[in-house]
Design a protein around this ligand. Structure first.
Ligand code: NAD
Length: 509
């Protein structure tokens, strides 16, 4: 089944037909924006941005608040679009898309002014000066997004870029364009001018064109493979970027963990959004003494999951057919190499072409791709380990470093263990929820990404911090100004000896 199909045509712009992963039925068509259209969109955004900046924090926050009110009022209208495009259940759509979208709008409407207010910074040495750091918008931000959270992953960076005073050109995934279109509809209805937020629709060609269209920053969320291309282009064009990429998130279950909670967290962490979540639990390391009991509880919970396509259900289909092929390859390869399939491990054709059953594996090793490469699907491999040290060694034996979860008792022990995990974030005794904690700087290490999004760090990343140094006393001239004389050199050396050569000087500087 193809979810995105080119529509044959002799002439005119390329067009794509998008179908639903639930039943393969067409949803609609999009036209692929070419390089010229993308450049024109960026030019319009650049012209519109100064007026948006001039609105100030209060004016922009008012737009965000209006968007929040509209979203609350229109969620029932928006959700069917997202559910049809992703195959997700209603509850999951509320939890993964609507709820965090409201939170993002509310949080930045309330806090952007405070986070981006001019900061007076006292100077340690030049006491005859003072400094203000101003957070100025970058200009036009290009945002490129994936299909696994088509509304929230387009909305959240857009909220931040707009709140900081930028104009935005958004290139959503060609797999889920209609969910992302809602983001533009929402902001436009809330009063954000059309040219301040524009969508350019299309596939990789459109994304690549945006990288070359003269934007001032790229915020990219997607795969490692595409992330490398984005990073290369941004490097060549000398523009900043954040790259939010894939992961192979480990879960460590210590002997003192609450096993019932850990088993529930493993199942939710691995199967939420049918495993199509960047911070999905992709591998579990459980200490030997509790491994049997933990695995038994996991299995019991997985077998109770309801896979479906209508009404109330827990797991839907895969959104992107190529991903299903990859999952099948990984599981089949692991099985052939000796892994034990405790449940699932096969498609579920009774429901539709893109359904794959919730799968639990044991007897897996790090020689298998299921333990090395991102799966991005409903598969949970469980590994028994001798102790916590072995769990940490294996958890860190990866090229990725997005997020991790740790299940144990006691904050002191948890924080000490968490610091030894090479990941962008760690959640203790819960599945990975850091992206939803807006105060948290979120990002990946190693191949999982570059830079951080969300919160103070993320919001400031949509600005350049402009230090403005002011003179305090207005004396006629500075000591070091021309002409250079031996006396001036001697005076500077005397100051150096006092500042860094005496206890009082070191204390005062
Ligand atoms: P993808 O890399 O295939 O596509 C992402 C976006 O990039 C799409 O809009 C696509 O059209 C565009 N694109 C493709 N080629 C391009 C090019 N040459 N130049 C510019 N843009 C181009 O990723 P995907 O399959 O849509 O998403 C799944 C991946 O996203 C998974 O690896 C997942 O882990 C990752 N992801 C990461 C996070 C995070 O926050 N770290 C969040 C969600 C998803």
């Amino acid at each position: 089944m193809a979810i995105v199909e080119p529509i044959p045509s002799e002439s005119g712009p390329r067009r794509l037909r998008i179908s639903s992963p639930l039943d393969g039925q067409p949803i609609g068509e999009i036209e692929v924006a070419d390089a010229e259209q993308v450049r024109a969109a960026v030019a319009r955004a650049r012209a519109a941005q100064p007026a948006w900046d001039a609105l100030g924090f209060d004016g922009r926050a008012a737009c965000l608040r209006r968007a929040l009110a509209i979203l609350l009022a229109k969620q029932e209208e928006y959700m069917p679009v997202i559910m049809r495009e992703t195959g997700r259940s209603r509850v999951e759509t509320i939890m993964m898309e609507m709820f965090p979208a409201c939170d993002s709008l509310g949080f930045y409407a309330k806090n952007a002014k405070k986070i981006l207010a001019d900061r007076k910074v006292p100077l340690h040495l030049l006491r005859n000066k003072k400094m203000v750091v101003a957070y100025r918008p970058l200009g036009v931000v290009g945002i490129i997004t994936p299909w696994n959270g088509p509304f929230i992953l387009a909305l959240n960076p857009t909220v931040q870029a707009l709140a900081a005073g930028n104009a935005v050109v958004l290139k959503p995934s060609e797999v889920t364009p209609f969910s992302s279109r809602l983001v533009a509809d929402l902001f436009h209805e809330a009063g954000v001018p059309a040219d301040v937020l524009q969508i350019v629709e299309g596939d990789g060609e459109t994304g690549a064109a945006l990288l070359e269209a003269g934007v001032d920053k790229i915020s990219f969320t997607g795969s490692v493979r595409t992330g490398r291309k984005v990073g290369e282009a941004c490097g060549r064009n000398l523009i900043p970027c954040t790259l939010e990429l894939g992961g192979k998130d480990p879960m460590i279950v210590c002997a003192d963990a609450d096993l019932e909670r850990a088993a529930g967290g493993a199942v939710f962490g691995a199967f939420m959004n049918t495993g199509q979540f960047c911070c999905s639990t992709e591998r579990v390391y459980v200490v030997e003494s509790v491994a049997d009991e933990f695995t038994r509880r996991v299995l019991e919970k997985v077998q109770a999951l309801r896979q479906g396509r209508e009404g109330e259900y827990d797991l839907g289909p895969m959104i992107w057919p190529q991903q299903l092929d990859l999952i099948e390859r990984q599981v089949d390869e692991a099985r052939a190499a000796g892994a034990k399939v405790l449940c699932g491990g096969r498609r579920n054709p009774e429901l539709g072409e893109l359904f794959y059953e919730a799968t639990v594996l044991t007897d897996v090793t790090h020689a298998m791709s299921i333990m090395r490469d991102e799966t991005f699907g409903p598969v949970l491999p469980i590994v028994r380990v001798r102790d916590e040290d072995e769990a940490l060694r294996l958890a860190n034996d990866t090229t990725y470093g997005l997020s991790a979860t740790l299940w144990t008792k006691g904050d002191t022990k948890a924080v000490a263990l968490a610091k030894r995990i090479h990941s962008g974030s760690v959640c203790v005794n819960d599945s990975s929820l850091t992206y939803g904690v807006l105060e948290a700087p979120f990002g990946g290490r190693r191949t999982s990404g570059v830079g951080q999004v969300n919160g103070e760090t993320g919001l400031r990343g949509y600005c350049f911090a402009q230090p403005i140094v002011l003179d305090r006393f207005g004396v006629k001239e500075e000591q070091v100004w021309y002409p250079y004389t031996a006396e001036k050199g001697a005076l500077l050396q005397k100051i150096m000896r006092w500042v860094w050569g005496t206890p009082l000087g070191r204390w005062m500087s």
